[in-house]
Ligand binder design. Structure first.
Ligand SMILES: [Zn+2]
Length: 414
């Protein structure tokens, strides 16, 4: 007979609200940049809840946190679940936190039900999923999954010029960075619960998304050097306007992303910094940050190639200098069929509707696929809104996700 998790959703919702109040901004606005004072207080809050649940907590050299519910056979590799609690500026209450506190509640719901896992279950709180501080997303899981080397991590700087080394030690984390990477097999399997951050589940009235693959993200930084001058004095012939060149590149990316004909190809320019940024001055320098994603790595790379081609063309035609820097280009990830099957069976047992879908946002799970079989479980979020203060997932939606996560963990560890 399948285990029936005993959920306490009101208490979980109260914990999510309490965590949201630990913010650098005035609640309900959540800003919790990694290694900030708010991040450290939030970590302390969550670790306290883990300790209350009888979990053994430890942290690695950059603050990735592991809270273990010991199984009957502790020598077996644990099944992991978890997500992140850092938040971009002006964010909401559910991105990442539903996977952390919901993962903890799944464990507690199994404890209340009298379930005893054979394999241990380990809750993971990843450091710096959001790229706010270091310009690169999923710092903790990238290092765990051997995707970012310790040397590359040490070269990361925040906008104030502070390095990872000083920031992590100020935050109280020490030890060799080499120890952050985990061997394959350290986790038997890993499941991440997360809000969809898109509108499909809510629109279709479906309780759960079973993620089959995670789109491959890439980010290219583009620096354009033109020639400044007085907006009145310098006539149009012979201008080397860096922003006009940037405008061509922005449209070139849009057209390259559309031209694949695939619904899964997306291209965005989310940052455009203009120097000197005065109304009567010709822009001499522009920095663009672009984001290209696809479920097909080769198709994603074809868009990057087209963008590089446009850079060369625009530089030549307009007499500007364009340099590019590939910030990251990660392959897509495929979720594990055995975990998907366990999630599907769990959803049926719980009487919850579910559909298989693609994750177009990327998550720590993308990097966990380097060291373990992984799957993700999505719940709806209102209007598909995320990374905004009005991000919302109802207690009922969260209950569905936690219920199915708990049942899945029971199947994977029983
Ligand atoms: Zn997230």
């Amino acid at each position: 007979m399948a285990t029936e998790p005993k959920l306490e959703i009101d208490a979980l919702f109260a914990e999510l609200t309490a965590l949201a109040c630990i913010s650098e901004a005035k609640p309900p606005v959540v800003t919790r940049v990694v290694f900030s004072e708010a991040d450290l207080r939030a970590r302390a809050y969550v670790k306290g809840l883990c300790a209350d649940a009888g979990l053994a907590v430890h942290e690695d050299a950059i603050g990735n946190t592991f809270a273990r519910w010991q199984g009957a056979m502790p020598e077996l590799a644990p099944v992991g679940t978890g997500s992140h609690i850092d938040a971009i500026p002006n964010a909401g209450s559910y991105d990442g936190t539903v996977g952390v506190l919901g993962g903890l509640e799944a464990i507690r719901a199994l404890q209340r039900a009298g379930f005893r896992p054979r394999r241990s279950i380990e809750l993971v709180i990843f450091t710096a999923e959001e790229p706010t501080r270091f310009g690169i997303g999923c710092l903790g899981s990238r290092m765990m999954g051997h995707v970012l080397t310790p040397a590359a991590a040490l070269a990361l700087r925040d906008k104030q010029g502070n390095g990872l080394e000083e920031l992590r030690s100020q935050a109280g984390f020490a030890g060799a960075l080499e120890t952050v990477a985990l061997p394959a097999g350290r986790f038997h399997q890993f499941v991440e619960l997360h809000i969809e951050q898109g509108p499909l589940l809510e629109q279709e009235g479906i309780d759960l998304g079973l993620v089959t693959h995670i789109a491959a993200p890439a980010s290219l930084r583009i620096n354009i050097e033109g020639e400044g001058g007085h907006a009145g004095g310098k006539l149009m012939p012979g201008r080397k306007d860096a922003l006009a060149a940037a405008a061509e590149l922005i449209l070139a990316l849009e057209s390259a992303a559309k031209s694949t004909g695939a619904i899964d190809t997306v291209g965005t320019v989310g940052v455009c910094e203009v120097f000197p940024g005065a109304v009567n001055s010709i822009p001499s320098r522009v920095r663009l940050e672009t984001d290209v994603r696809d479920t097909d790595g080769a198709r994603r790379d074809s868009v990057l190639d087209a963008l590089h081609g446009a850079c060369a063309d625009v530089a030549q035609r307009r007499g500007v200098t364009i340099t590019t820097e590939l910030v990251n280009a990660d392959p897509p990830a495929f979720c594990d069929p055995a975990i998907l099957a366990a999630m599907e069976a769990s959803a049926a047992e719980a009487g919850r509707s579910a559909k298989r879908m693609v994750s177009r946002a990327y998550h720590d799970s993308l990097f966990m696929t380097r060291i373990a079989p992984v799957a993700m479980l999505f719940i709806p979020c209102r209007g598909g809104v995320s990374h905004r203060p009005d991000e919302y997932a109802s207690p009922e939606w969260i209950a569905g996700g936690v219920d199915v996560l708990a049942r899945t963990l029971a199947k994977l560890t029983g």
